[in-house]
Design a protein around this ligand. Structure first.
Ligand code: MOS
Length: 730
């Protein structure tokens, strides 16, 4: 099915159905009892050897000599792979780079050797014996220094620049103006499960093949990229990711450990397993680039925006073009006749920058939603009122209608529930030693649909098997797929077997960009719809008004048990969803509003979040419990971005100096007081057959800005350099 038409009434529109119910995760018990094997724990293979990555200790230069003799002689060592003996590889695809390519070092942490031994301890000990002698060059690692020479990057999905009307003229003429620069630091995904792979290379009848048990969000994309780099036919590359301990974008593509494990297994003809250390997560795996963002707003005296300018600079590793799309959502957020957005990129001697949860929007709205707060302050207008005055009637750049847009409703609902009317003047509220303030920010995030396929099989025992190469990164995919299939077929979730996480199954979108549930769920919806039709035809039932409930299909005065219709072989159907005309005809986003109350210690500048509320819209909510958990997680991401998260780079050496979770702080329980998230009712019939929208990422967008705006309201200090640490308050 191509998404070319709005969706009419569907079986999911039942008010009391299974879809939407806050049921517990169907894989929850397996996970909490340790019976859900993650990549590193899979025991399906012959005894594996263990790999350990050796990293470059400089950020720029050349390896003059790599001494691997001691490592090779160390106990248990089976292989020391370097640029001198690595098998030939294909070209980089997406952001999957061939490994150990030559003596040139481009970033600190670049793998320079891969040591494989009988045990993990032996591999790690031998890795420490690899000695590199470098010709060191001075790295370029400062985005600030490189900003003047940053270039226009090649477009990613959308062009890097946009322009409408006469921005310069309108901005110059505006009676009220704001021209500010915000910065956001390097952020690290910090997902709980590190990158890990067990690779098994085999020579089969149809050639060389490799199976990777790996932690990966988008299996089919990873399959294609690895196939190119490993010079294999994609059908001979199998990725299996049944359980994934978080990704946040860092597992959108295979990381170096997967490529290295595959290459080593090829050489050794034995399974090779490897996990990155937490430190390697910082420099071998990817991160979100730091950004510099200039925001210019021009408004009339009533606060109507006449000019919006949002420019963003970010950094990519040498030879890569990934840029942080900070200004993309600004193109659709508020009305103004004259507008520019612009993205510029610098190639720096830093590890690979890539997508991290809400790439672009997350940091874009950290900046933009504070700039809106600054403008409200200048105009002496309530920040919600300012946003309402600039609410566009259609997409301000694409000039097409919004499929749904309840931003104003989110702000109003949130304001009422949070007690926004009690917000005091700047610096006016005190609670003992704490200066107290409230802030809000809007949230918006693109809603994409990705091609996906699914197969379903009604089994003779009345269960239904769902198969697709989808993944569950901890978000609840297993559960919502069971709910969609259960509702469509009139079966309880206990009768649905969800089998995902394997490229042997039909191709699916995977988990990323907030497209996972909608895309995979829609493919499943179509597969179930096809299965319903097949069963009705087979039974000679009138499809008109037929219902599937309680394990039976009822049409007119006939009622058949699904177990009877399944026969002795079962009945199978397939389904497919593809984006279509709705994508271009409508501007599709999820929206929300964040409200935060902070206390700032009047003496030390310490900032504590006191309470927080997020109100979101995401089309149909497929499971109120898992959706709310995702929203809370996004908001907590925002708390981290606002108050503590920053990977600090020593620009002289190109090294992240705080490369573990002891020094790269993410919010802990004590940092997260009473927070709540809720969804307003919504159905988006232009989005997908489920009428759902993405909600994994909208909840981080703007979340940190609400805290920053609250800090301003508490103290009168406007901090434009994230994170907001106490030294910047004083
Ligand atoms: Mo998300 S950064 O697409 O996992």
């Amino acid at each position: 099915m191509d998404m070319n038409q709005p969706i009419g009434t569907t079986p999911l529109d039942r008010a009391d159905g299974l879809v939407g119910r806050p049921i517990d995760r169907i894989d929850g018990r397996l996970k909490v009892t340790g019976r859900a094997p993650y990549a590193y724990e899979v025991r399906d293979l012959a005894k594996p050897a263990y790999g350990f990555i050796v990293e470059a200790s400089i950020a720029k230069g050349t390896i003059r000599r790599l001494d691997t003799d001691a490592a090779r002689r160390a106990p248990g060592v089976l292989l020391v792979m370097t640029h001198e003996n690595v098998p030939e590889q294909g070209e980089k695809k997406e952001q999957v780079f061939p490994q150990l390519q030559g003596a040139e070092i481009r970033f600190r942490g670049q793998p320079i050797a891969f040591v494989v031994a009988e045990s993990f301890e032996q591999a790690r000990a031998a890795a420490a014996l690899v000695k590199a002698d470098y010709a060191v060059q001075t790295p370029q690692a400062s985005l600030r220094d490189a900003k003047p020479t940053a270039f226009e990057p090649k477009a990613m999905q959308t062009p890097p620049d946009s322009k409408l009307g006469d921005f310069d003229g309108a901005f110059a003429a505006a009676p009220v103006k704001l021209d500010v620069e915000y910065t956001t630091p390097v952020q690290i995904h910090a997902q709980m499960e590190p990158h890990a792979t067990i690779a098994s290379w085999e020579s089969g009848q149809d050639g060389e093949r490799v199976t990777l048990y790996t932690a990966n969000q988008m299996l089919n994309r990873g399959q294609a990229s690895l196939a190119q780099v490993l010079k294999l036919d994609p059908k001979n590359v199998r990725l299996i990711s049944h359980y994934i301990g978080g990704g946040f974008g860092s597992k959108l593509q295979p990381q170096p450990e997967a490529t290295l494990a595959a290459l080593a297994s090829r050489s050794l003809r034995r399974p090779v397993k490897v996990a990155m250390t937490r430190q390697q997560e910082f420099h071998v795996a990817t991160h979100r680039s730091d950004t510099i963002q200039r925001i210019r707003l021009g408004a009339d005296a009533n606060g109507r925006l006449t000019a919006i300018g949002h420019e963003s600079w970010s950094a990519a590793t040498p030879g890569d073009g990934f840029y942080e799309t900070s200004a993309n959502v600004t193109r659709a957020l508020y009305a103004a006749e004259n507008r520019i957005t612009r993205h510029r990129l610098a190639n720096l001697n830093k590890p690979v920058a890539s997508a991290m949860r809400a790439p672009g929007e997350a940091v874009g709205q950290l900046a933009f939603e504070c700039a809106m707060d600054e403008l409200a302050e200048q105009l002496k207008v309530d920040p919600i009122e300012l946003r309402i005055r600039n609410e566009p009637e259609q997409d301000p750049e694409k000039k097409v209608p919004f499929s749904t847009r309840q931003l104003v409703a989110c702000m109003r609902e949130g304001a009422q529930r949070f007690g926004w009317d009690k917000r005091g003047a700047v610096g006016a509220t005190r609670d003992g030693r704490w200066l107290v303030g409230m802030g809000m920010a809007a949230a918006a995030r693109l809603n994409p649909l990705m091609p996906s396929q699914a197969s379903v099989r009604l089994n003779p025992d009345g269960t239904l098997t769902v198969r697709m190469a989808m993944t569950d990164i901890g978000t609840g995919t297993y559960t919502i797929l069971a709910q969609v299939a259960g509702e469509m077929m009139g079966l309880p979730v206990e009768r649905i077997r969800v089998e995902i996480g394997d490229t042997a199954y039909p191709k699916a979108a995977g988990s990323g960009g907030s497209f996972g549930a909608g895309s995979a769920g829609s493919a499943l919806y179509v597969a179930c719809d096809n299965l319903r039709q097949a069963l009705l035809t087979q039974a000679g039932l009138n499809p008109e008004g037929a219902t599937f409930a309680e394990g039976r299909v009822v049409s007119g005065n006939r009622s058949e048990a699904l177990t009877d219709l399944a026969g002795k072989d079962g009945v199978e159907a397939k389904g497919e969803i593809k984006p279509g005309a709705m994508k271009e005809k409508y501007s599709q986003h999820s929206y929300g509003a964040h409200f935060a109350e902070v206390g700032v210690d009047a003496d030390t500048g310490e900032i504590r979040l006191r309470r927080m509320l997020g109100v979101f819209t995401g089309g149909r909510i497929l499971n109120q419990k898992t959706a709310r958990s995702q929203a809370l997680g996004g908001m907590i991401f925002g708390i981290g971005a606002a108050l503590m998260e920053a990977a600090e780079i020593d620009t002289r050496t190109g090294q992240f100096v705080n490369h573990d979770l002891a020094e790269y702080h993410v919010p802990a329980h004590a940092d997260v007081p009473a927070i709540d998230a809720m969804f307003l009712p919504e159905l988006d019939d232009k989005s997908n057959p489920l009428k759902s929208k993405g909600l994994g990422e909208v909840s981080i967008c703007g979340a940190g800005a609400a805290l920053a705006n609250a800090v301003y309201n508490a103290t009168g200090v406007r901090i434009r350099e994230y994170p907001l640490t106490l030294d910047k308050v004083l």
